[in-house]
Design a binder for this molecule. Structure first.
Ligand code: MLT
Length: 405
């Protein structure tokens, strides 16, 4: 008799974005005439920068020659990419990160999920509420959650940090002992950015409590407000308590190409064990890394041409965010986020539930959003929109929503 993993079995329903896709596909099948505008999942629409395409084309050609062929690559990623990341994303900004503290991977999602492997089951997991559901679901799968209570929408055994308009969607450290603390700033889904003092409070808490900060910096490139940290390693003390996840997906359009990286400082140890070494061991066992061609493409992001083209894409998405903020605010909605973030967190009007407002926008305006309740109980009463759409469609979506309301 084969037994199925009991923790996986606890997971209720589908992964959030699979569930939204299901509902949208069902609606589209009944109404094939409706032209939907998709501002739900945060998938980019700008093509890859030309510098990336050129580098990948050249690398693909290399792979077809005896002299240029690459088989298995270094498990941690090619030095040429790790050195470019360390230099441009950290050292040029005065942040101490060395190439051998960087692990190249196929996605921040994979790494945020995989990092669970390093920690014992009994650790208390601390999550923002609302939260990117990957942090929650992977810990349920790993056996760190108790039981799901449909009445509260929460799992026992986890520590939830409410992110509300009252605390500007940035929670303070709790009074209790928290072991594994997931933070994502600029935040998915609320679009909130944490300032230096707020992040310093978390770093100090983690060092005092021997906790680990699992810091998802996937949206750092969207920060425009002066003084808002783009990396947890800008904060003194972070090297002894934090792991950072970064991605090329939202900056350089790699959602379909796949490349990201995780930073684990050399100083980061618990119970005398180096977490950097442990992650190296885990990665070497479970993955053969990211293909050479893609890593050459990611390296090209840091060339002068690549940087200029990425900056253009970011400016394009920022304009979309402004379009949505202005249009929805004018339509009478209360809008958060969309300044240092590609996500807009919008209060539902007339106390509608997230799901009802999501359905209304889908059915009457033909605009796909994400119901805030899908991100946790404190997401109820909100929907999330992304600024990653095509510019014309984004303008049209704002106009359609305004016309409906
Ligand atoms: C989102 O929409 O929250 C993100 O696109 C999901 C992801 O990056 O995995």
């Amino acid at each position: 008799m084969t037994h199925v993993d009991p923790y996986f079995r606890k997971l209720t329903g589908n992964y959030l974005f699979s569930e939204i896709s299901r509902q949208v596909a069902q609606f589209q099948a009944i109404h094939p005439e409706k032209r939907l505008i998709r501002l739900g999942i945060g998938d980019v629409t700008r093509p890859l920068p030309a510098a990336v395409v050129e580098a990948m084309t050249a690398a693909a050609a290399e792979q077809g020659t005896p002299a240029g062929f690459h088989g298995y690559g270094p498990e941690q990623g090619y030095p040429f990419l790790r050195e470019a990341i360390a230099l441009h994303d950290y050292q040029d900004r005065g942040i101490h990160v060395d190439p051998d503290e960087i692990f190249v991977s196929d996605g921040a999602k994979s790494d945020c999920g995989g990092i669970c492997d390093l920690f014992a089951v009994g650790n208390t997991v601390t999550l923002c509420d609302p939260v990117y559901s990957v942090y929650l679901d992977t810990n349920v799968m790993a056996g760190r959650a108790g039981e799901f209570d449909p009445a509260t929408g929460r799992w026992s055994g986890l520590l939830y940090l409410p992110c509300t308009a009252e605390n500007d969607f940035v929670p303070a450290p709790p009074a209790e002992q928290a072991d594994l603390i997931y933070l994502c700033f600029p935040a998915n889904p609320t679009g909130a950015a944490a300032n230096r003092a707020q992040l310093q409070a978390w770093v100090d808490y983690a060092n005092r409590h021997d906790s680990i900060l699992l810091f998802d910096g996937a949206y750092e490139a969207f920060v425009t407000t002066p003084g808002v940290p783009r990396s947890i390693f800008e904060l003194p003390g972070a090297r002894t308590c934090a792991i950072e996840f970064r991605s090329f997906s939202k900056t350089a359009g790699f959602t379909g190409t796949r490349c990201a990286y995780t930073v684990i400082p050399r100083e980061l140890e618990r119970e005398g064990v180096s977490l950097r070494r442990l992650w190296a061991r885990r990665q070497a066992t479970k993955t053969n890394g990211v293909c050479y061609v893609v890593q050459r493409g990611a390296q090209a992001v840091y060339t002068p041409a690549g940087r200029a083209q990425v900056a253009e894409n970011l400016a394009y998405y920022r304009r979309n965010a402004q379009t949505l903020r202005a249009g929805l605010t004018q339509a009478g909605l209360t809008v958060y986020g969309g300044v240092d973030s590609p996500y807009l967190w919008v209060k539902t009007p007339k106390k509608q539930t997230s799901q009802d407002f999501f359905r209304l926008l889908l059915e009457e305006a033909g605009v796909v959003t994400t119901p805030g309740s899908g991100f946790g109980p404190h997401g109820e009463g909100y929907i999330r929109l992304t600024s990653f759409g095509e510019a014309g469609e984004t303008q049209e979506a704002a106009a359609r929503i305004a016309a409906l309301l």
